[in-house]
Design a protein around this ligand. Structure first.
Ligand code: CA
Length: 228
């Protein structure tokens, strides 16, 4: 299935111009002329991207974005508006829009931004790290092992994803400490060891050891290697 785009715009000429142009580029596009119909379409069909006008005859775009985000829907949204003040731009992005385009705009610019948002969406859905029975969702920070959710602190989460991105690599204490804590490693502090111990405890509630100690060198994130 191709990329599906919903256009919610009450000015028929602008809506037609966008719909026609995007269809020519191979997108599947549908348009709604007011907030109520737009909201209904958002609720009943899956979209890869929503182009949303700020001012609609019934419900405004900002209200719809709030409602969608409160419902946990993260579909990328580009807000279309004639408003150009910085404060409006900030308001739109704060509400949860992913991008903002001021009218009038050139179709080429719209197209470039649509492509960019779509790439970002692809990256977002690819943002789950996994290793055997362990998964870490980069967007929600949810970590699961063998289907069980792990309750990690922010630092444990950073440490774990640091390891998951470097499986099979022996990582020195200095390197881990300096990257995860963003501080110089003095070689004395046992902060790292304390966090490793706690992270291991949580991970091993649901399976074998994954963080291996490599004597004299550091740590290795690996399921099978028992180097100690
Ligand atoms: Ca309008």
């Amino acid at each position: 299935m191709g990329v599906r785009i919903l256009v919610v715009e009450d000015e028929i000429e602008i809506a037609d111009f966008i719909v026609r142009g995007l269809r020519e580029e191979g997108f599947t596009v549908e348009s709604k002329l007011n907030g109520t119909d737009g909201w209904h379409a958002m609720q009943t069909e899956p979209w890869d991207l929503i182009l949303l006008d700020w001012w609609l005859p019934d419900e405004d775009g900002i209200t719809l974005i709030h409602r969608l985000r409160e419902a946990g829907d993260l579909t990328p949204i580009m807000l279309l508006t004639a408003r150009d003040a910085v404060s409006d731009r900030v308001k739109g992005l704060d509400a949860g829009a992913d991008d903002y385009l001021c009218k009038p705009f050139a179709f080429e610019e719209l197209l470039a931004r649509v492509r960019s948002l779509n790439r970002r969406k692809d990256q977002r859905s690819a943002m789950v790290l996994s290793y055997y029975d362990l998964t870490a969702d980069i967007s929600t920070h949810r970590v699961e092992r063998a289907g069980q959710r792990l309750d990690l602190t922010a630092k444990e989460y950073s440490l774990l994803t640091f390891f998951m991105r470097r499986t099979g690599e022996v990582l020195s204490r200095t390197r881990i400490y300096e990257q995860v804590w963003d501080q110089r490693y003095d070689g004395i502090s046992n902060t790292l060891e304390v966090h490793i111990k706690e992270l291991r405890r949580k991970l091993e509630m649901h399976g074998d050891r994954l963080i291996q100690t490599v004597r004299g060198q550091g740590y290795l994130f690996d399921k099978s290697e028992q180097t100690e």
